[in-house]
Ligand binder design. Structure first.
Ligand code: SF4
Ligand code: SF4
Length: 334
């Protein structure tokens, strides 16, 4: 049993599902298959109870599975964290970004808002997200940029996040153009993560990945040229180059062993379960194997320094890592 007085430093980054409820069922999301956990929404009091145990917290990511704007206490949570000078961000599908919420997010001091938008047309959006909200979201974004400008607000920094598959990659260049038109300067290409131990669901299937798809590479190169011309930054998640993100490191020995996440960050679901990272629940059907503790049953420190985490970290350095890690670095980059 590890000695929790000689623990490894507590995480400075926290991912927390402020709610796992959502107003969409996107084809690339675990919710399309069905969340392995019951629907829950974290309260401000619960969030404070958790973050009070992380004295060196620097960065709070208020999303996981679910739409954070459905949490009625979200703005209060942001304010609470900003009082501690924590950098706060979250992903949203942007549907609920009405005038009231836009104002509340600006007033609360949100640092960064990432809009998940993996299409540049209403038709493409319908295919990926089974929703007719595309034009409404674009209107919300135009209004948000205008509001930031009118109020001369320093934040939140806005960006668009595009989950790339063989079905939608041809829309990336138009999304870059759309971002420039709206006045959003950053677009991120997110790689597709899919189960390693199942045939998958929706678009989360191995045959939809952009890896080895030459036409996809052409679309990305073309998008990169357009981004350069329009002054938009086109990156991949993890701040790396989009082409590198897709190639991964197939020749590296145990590529997953380079992962720093279980040493540096904690991911907490809306039910309080602690997982090693945000990729894990999308990579294996064996959800119970990912749970390293529960913050409503044990202290954050006990979990972080406990046997579950220690074993996970050890196995990550071996040739037979936990199931969820087997694709990392090979099928998608870290
Ligand atoms: S991808 Fe996001 S918006 Fe879509 S169903 Fe999942 S949590 Fe909701
Ligand atoms: S699934 Fe990938 S990102 Fe998550 S802990 Fe394993 S190697 Fe790291």
């Amino acid at each position: 049993m590890p000695n929790i007085d000689q623990d490894q430093a507590l995480p400075k980054t926290l991912y927390i599902e402020t709610t796992n409820r959502c107003n969409l069922k996107c084809r690339g999301c675990i919710l399309y298959r069905g969340n392995p956990e019951p629907e829950r929404t974290i309260s401000l009091q619960q969030l404070s109870m958790i973050t009070d145990q992380l004295p060196d917290l620097e960065r709070a990511v208020l999303h996981g599975v679910g739409e954070p704007l459905l949490n009625p206490e979200l703005a209060k949570m942001i304010r609470h964290l900003k009082k501690r000078k924590v950098y706060v961000l979250f992903n949203s599908n942007g549907i609920l970004l009405d005038a009231g919420r836009r104002g509340a997010l600006i007033d609360a001091g949100l640092d960064e808002l990432r809009i998940s938008l993996d299409a540049a047309s209403a038709e493409g959006y319908q295919k990926m997200r089974d929703s007719a909200h595309f034009n409404h979201i674009i209107d919300n974004l135009h209004a948000f940029v205008q509001e930031l400008h009118d109020r001369q607000a320093a934040g939140p920094r806005l960006s668009l996040w595009f989950l790339g598959t063989r079905d939608n990659i041809t829309e990336l260049s138009d999304l870059v153009r759309l971002a420039a038109h709206i006045g959003i300067c950053e677009v991120y290409l997110q790689r597709l993560v899919y189960f390693q131990d199942d045939t998958g669901y929706g678009v989360a299937r191995p045959e939809k990945t952009l890896r080895y798809a030459d036409t996809a590479m052409e679309s990305i190169e073309n998008s990169r040229d357009i981004a350069l011309e329009l002054g938009v930054q086109l990156n991949a998640s993890g701040l790396c180059d989009p082409m590198k993100s897709l190639r991964g490191q197939p020749d590296a020995l145990y590529p997953w062993s380079k992962c720093y996440r279980p040493e540096t960050l904690m991911y907490i679901t809306a039910t309080g379960n602690v997982l090693p990272c945000c990729i894990a629940p999308f990579a294996t059907t064996d959800f119970s194997a990912l749970i390293l503790g529960n913050v409503f049953e044990s202290s954050v420190k006990k979990i972080w320094c406990g046997a579950g985490y220690e074993n996970f970290r050890k196995r990550l350095k071996t040739e037979t890592p936990p199931k969820c890690c087997r694709g990392c670095g090979i099928l998608w980059s870290l």
